[in-house]
Design a protein around this ligand. Structure first.
Ligand SMILES: [Zn+2]
Length: 548
């Protein structure tokens, strides 16, 4: 009677699949011969061929899991594979559980070297040893590979993908290092512009066509001074592994090389460096100086801007940014809100595309504008007509209605839980449960309440019904007396967009729930000019944005 078995064929990468030695055809042939020798019958559905599953991560592969399921079947007593390492290359001790698993299911392992009956202690011992060897091989293979690549780098060769090289730099196994002519031309221009004083990454990117986010890295890369430098390496420690797709190959993060790990290789002399080493050092210093003030500003920023994120320009509808002015010696520096269109980056963009308009909104002192907004909100938000418009727009949304329904269902659940809570307390007071039991039950209910509250808050305040909106907005009577935290918490619920222009509030919208299309109503007297249309091209005005 033939033995019923499962066959396992595995290659770590798709590229290995047709390689002669470890490839799929060779493995199939070996499996066929083993089955013949030992009269093992492998049903078609028990023939597993896994591609792109590395031996170190077999347990995470779904296909491998299916293989393990097949092994667990009553009639299966054999696993056939070309080498032990097809089964696993253990990197972690729990990978050895596979052996335990095969043993538990009464499996005999068949390889070209013979069979291992895991129910026999000696064979089991052998299997463990072989698994250990397979694991060591894996580490050794990897280390050997890394060492070989490192040696090549030190010899001035480039074993990694050409895609890892800097702009304009190429490497070919036959011809070695070379410049990509068209790209290196642009790089030369870029450095020329930078050294001539053009320090705006935005404009450099626009002129060169190189992405802005690349410009800084490119400027500080010593390869353009003629020295190819490897400054990072893959982190081989367990912490370096990125989470990966099931059963696929792992990727590792890069970490800085330290000390003599940094490899510097001079490019061949026929490649004329783009800049000199002195120029390179100067540029590195400049770039660092440019980075410093912003990084510092970010690190010492104090949250002072109550309305940050909720303001829009009443003149051109763009966002409003906040700006912390440099502190004076007496500590009296000022903070500003200003229209996004006035930021240097936006200006540069417009200049690049020959747009000449400039927003007429001014830089607004933080404290003065916030005062103005506080009062405008009180005056206008509590106005019934305004509220009705907002509520109507809010309720008209079909999408919104669905969310409201969902929110209602959740609210009902909350009510039920509240009832449950009362009953638990009743039970305790009647002496039916002890204090401990009461606490246990209550904390369970509270967990559920927390979860529902969380869901409700992710629905973005759809539980606002007309009366509730009325209630929420009535808070505005107290608005000027609320602290910054209180204000911001409320705004998180209501998601207002407040349109400001030269210290006047031109309009307010509440994006309740997912309603983000209600038009900005006219609140403060004169309707804002540019609502609903894209800003027209207006002649450039020479007006400095003097803080008023
Ligand atoms: Zn503006």
């Amino acid at each position: 009677m033939p033995i019923e078995g499962v066959a396992l064929i595995r290659v770590s990468t798709a590229g290995q699949a047709d390689e002669s030695k470890a490839g799929i055809p060779a493995q199939r042939e070996a499996v066929r011969r083993i089955c013949q020798t030992w009269s093992i019958n492998v049903a078609k559905e028990h023939h597993f061929e896994l591609t792109d599953v590395s031996g170190a991560s077999v347990l995470m592969s779904q296909d491998y899991q299916r293989f393990l399921q097949a092994v667990a079947r009553q009639e299966i007593t054999a696993v056939v594979t070309k080498e032990f390492s097809r089964l696993m290359r253990p990197e972690r001790l729990d990978d050895y559980l596979i052996i335990q698993y095969l043993w538990d299911h009464g499996i005999t392992l068949y390889t070209p070297e013979g069979k291992l009956d895991l129910s026999k202690p000696l064979d089991r011992f052998m299997a463990t040893i072989r698994a250990g060897m397979a694991g060591m091989e894996r580490l050794e293979i990897r280390q050997r590979m890394m060492d070989a690549k490192e040696t090549m780098r030190r010899q001035g060769r480039h074993p990694s993908s050409p895609g890892t090289l800097a702009h304009g730099i190429g490497y070919d196994k036959k011809t070695g290092w070379f410049y990509k002519d068209d790209e290196i031309q642009i790089v030369r221009l870029l450095f020329q512009w930078f050294l001539e004083g053009e320090h705006s990454y935005e404009r450099l990117a626009a002129r060169s066509g190189i992405p802005r986010s690349t410009i800084r890295n490119l400027l500080v890369n010593p390869v353009y001074a003629g020295v190819m430098t490897y400054r990072t390496k893959h982190d081989l420690s367990p912490a370096g592994q990125y989470p990966q797709k099931k059963g696929k190959r792992a990727y590792r993060r890069k970490v800085a090389r330290v000390g003599d790990e940094v490899i510097r290789v001079p490019l061949p002399p026929h490649l004329q460096p783009v800049i000199t080493m002195e120029q390179h050092e100067l540029i590195v210093e400049l770039v660092e100086k440019m980075r410093f003030p912003r990084a510092r500003a970010r690190s010492i920023a104090i949250p002072r801007f109550t309305y940050r994120g909720y303001l829009r320009c009443g003149s051109c509808r763009q966002g409003v940014y906040s700006w912390v002015a440099g502190r004076r010696k007496d500590g009296s520096g000022k903070d500003f809100y200003y229209c996004k269109s006035r930021s240097p980056r936006e200006r540069a963009k417009r200049e690049a595309s020959d747009e000449l308009w400039v927003c007429e909104n001014r830089y607004m002192i933080r404290s003065k504008l916030e005062d103005a907004i506080d009062h405008a909100l009180v005056d206008h938000l509590a106005e019934p007509g305004f509220l009705r418009r907002i509520i109507d727009a809010h309720m008209q949304q079909d999408e919104e209605a669905a969310v409201v329904q969902q929110a209602r269902a959740l609210s009902l659940q909350l009510d039920r839980l509240a009832g449950k809570r009362d009953r638990v307390i009743d039970l305790y007071e009647d002496g039916n449960i002890d204090r401990f039991e009461k606490q246990l039950r209550l904390s369970k209910i509270d967990d559920q309440v927390d979860e529902i509250e969380r869901l409700l808050s992710t629905l973005r305040s759809p539980r606002f019904e007309p009366q509730q909106i009325q209630q929420v907005v009535s808070v505005f009577a107290e608005w000027p007396f609320l602290g910054m935290d209180g204000k911001r918490r409320l705004m998180e619920r209501m998601l207002p967009e407040i349109y400001v222009d030269c210290y006047a509030v031109k309009g307010v919208t509440l994006r309740l729930g997912c309603n983000n299309v209600n038009p900005p109503p006219e609140v403060a007297g004169e309707p804002p000019e540019h609502y609903g249309e894209t800003p027209e091209v207006r002649p450039e005005r020479v007006r400095r944005c003097v803080p008023c």
